[in-house]
Design a protein around this ligand. Structure first.
Ligand code: GTP
Ligand code: MG
Length: 513
């Protein structure tokens, strides 16, 4: 096994806390804890250090709110639905990470990058990462994920460090999770559960919350079933048999059935709610389209600097945080090109390798907005060790969204202030269209603005009209939505030269003097 110290300032400290506490936890009690081990919080900083705010980041009103939210999060258990309560009760304090790699230097490096990302995810969820272990193994063990010898080694590390949770860098089968828990004697969670938990912590809008809960329940459902099956086996195969009679259904079984039904009902309700919320977004979108306001979508890997860039482009004051998935609710801001054309810029949820498919499904309606953007700014953290891997992971998700293939894409290489120029060059050679920027220093932002302006569709109709002074409203609309070349005040009205969309052109020609 390779030990990866995940935090240079606090290397793993063996025998730090109460080594006998985890061992004392009854394995069966852990296994009985049916509802998924989806975690919670209590924190250390991301690996590259604290969040840095610059003048470009604006007011950051959300930031205080986010911190305030964290502090009281542990109290939010006043929910009717049992599954919700259990999601929130799970606490992750001290974690050990494990991953596998099939061998080969390249795979080892990839696994290490992935494990470091898992550490950042765990810290974003509020836990303290004590240690990270990578095992070279061709295939995960079907019963315990790690091989038995290595699993025993992991159990020693867990006991020595006083960890209360193991996070596995993959999606585990329910039986693997139980198998590993039996050996390490502490809670085991997988990458998917961890990401779902961060989304649950960060969702703010009603729609975002509903989407995340739907994804959590979808994740939970088959895991309940897995447990239910083993309960059935324990009952000696009598369960469900016609002649089995009363009393043959164990209490566990009944509870599972009940939980499952409740979860299904809840999921149906959430789906209806999400569907009912979509129209308001749809209305806004149609509204923009009617006014011919083109939208520029900002997408990219989590922590790439999408929100920072939105702020740099518009002074929007959107939440920027050195945390993964800081932004979950899409933010739309109005912006203007140098020549005065209005457009909107939409910040989106970040992507990550192995983004749980439940989340892609649940967020589909939100992601679909990228599909009818006039331009896609694909933001990349050029200072990351593997920007190409991140680009590919983002494209994998984007490919599932209808219409995206027709949206022109520009790869925005951000964090140029701290990036290795060689890596920047490498990505520039790989990608068709790139622009190098730093949301922090402001480098390249002007160039990016010019590129957006050039790329946006220009209004269709050229005009040269004199609008009577009584129709100031139309002049205003040309200012707002058109591209105005010259404006001149004549005796009979305002002379406007420039371009507007067809609808406005028709109205103007009706009143022109
Ligand atoms: N050095 C440097 N850091 C940057 C730059 N742009 C953003 N950052 C930092 O990167 C971190 C993430 O920035 P965000 O703008 O929150 O990233 P995001 O892509 O919106 O992230 P999510 O919403 O979590 O997906 C923050 O700590 C920023 O301060 C940059 O140009 N240079
Ligand atoms: Mg963001």
């Amino acid at each position: 096994m390779t030990h990866i110290p995940t935090d240079p300032e606090h290397p793993a400290t063996p025998a730090a806390a109460t080594p006998d506490e985890p061992a004392a936890r009854d394995a069966q009690a852990i296994a009985n804890d049916v509802v998924a081990r989806v975690l919670a919080r209590a924190g250390t900083a991301r690996s590259e250090g604290a969040t840095v705010h610059t003048a470009h980041d604006g007011d950051q009103l959300d930031l205080a709110e986010r911190s305030a939210l964290r502090r009281v999060a542990g109290l939010s258990t006043e929910l009717d639905d049992v599954t919700e309560v259990e999601y929130r009760q799970l606490r992750l304090e001290k974690v050990v990470l494990v991953g596998l790699y099939p061998g080969g230097e390249h795979a080892a490096r990839e696994a290490e990058v992935s494990l470091r990302e898992l550490a950042a995810l765990a810290e974003t969820a509020g836990s303290q990462v004590l240690d990270g272990l990578l095992q070279k193994r061709a295939k995960p063990d079907p019963g315990t994920f790690l091989g038995s010898g290595k699993a025993a080694e992991l159990a020693d590390v867990v006991a020595a460090t006083g960890a209360d949770t193991v996070v596995v860098d993959t999606e585990l089968a329910p039986s693997q999770r139980r198998g590993l828990e039996d050996i390490v004697k502490v809670k085991v969670v997988d990458r998917t559960a961890l990401i779902l938990d961060i989304f649950a912590q960060h969702a703010k809008s009603r729609e975002g919350k509903a989407q995340v809960e739907l994804a959590q329940l979808e994740y939970l459902l088959p895991r309940l079933r897995g447990w239910g099956e083993s309960m059935s086996r324990q009952a000696g195969g009598q369960v469900g048999g016609a002649g089995a009679g009363m009393g043959s259904r164990g209490p566990g079984e009944t509870k599972i059935e009940l939980d499952r039904r409740r979860i299904r009902n809840r999921m149906a309700k959430l789906r209806r709610e999400i569907a009912a919320m979509a129209p308001s977004r749809e209305t806004k979108r149609l509204d923009r389209r009617r006014h011919a306001i083109p939208n520029v979508a900002i997408a990219g890997y989590t922590n790439a600097g999408k929100s920072s860039l939105l702020n740099a482009l518009t002074d929007a004051g959107v939440l920027v945080e050195n945390a993964l998935f800081a932004t979950l609710d899409p933010t739309v801001r109005r912006a203007r090109t140098e020549d005065g054309r209005v457009y909107t810029l939409a910040d989106t949820v970040g992507f990550v390798r192995h983004l749980p498919h439940q989340l892609v499904e649940a967020f589909r309606s939100t992601l679909e907005e990228v599909g009818d953007a006039a331009l896609l700014l694909h933001v990349v953290d050029a200072s990351h060790p593997d920007p190409e891997g991140q680009i590919d992971a983002v494209r994998e998700v984007l490919a599932e969204i209808p219409g995206v293939e027709d949206v022109p894409e520009v790869v925005v290489l951000n964090k140029a202030d701290v990036a290795d120029p060689e890596v920047v060059g490498r990505v520039q050679r790989r990608e068709r269209r790139t622009v190098v920027v730093s949301a922090h220093s402001g480098e390249g932002v002007a160039e990016l603005k010019a590129l957006v302006a050039a790329e946006l569709p220009r209004p269709a109709v050229e005009i040269d009209v004199v609008v009577p002074y009584s129709r100031g409203d139309l002049v205003h609309r040309v200012h707002e939505n058109g591209e105005l070349a010259t404006e001149e005040h004549l005796a009979e009205g305002t002379r406007l030269q420039g371009r507007v969309d067809a609808a406005l052109a028709a109205e103007l020609s009706r009143v022109a003097v």
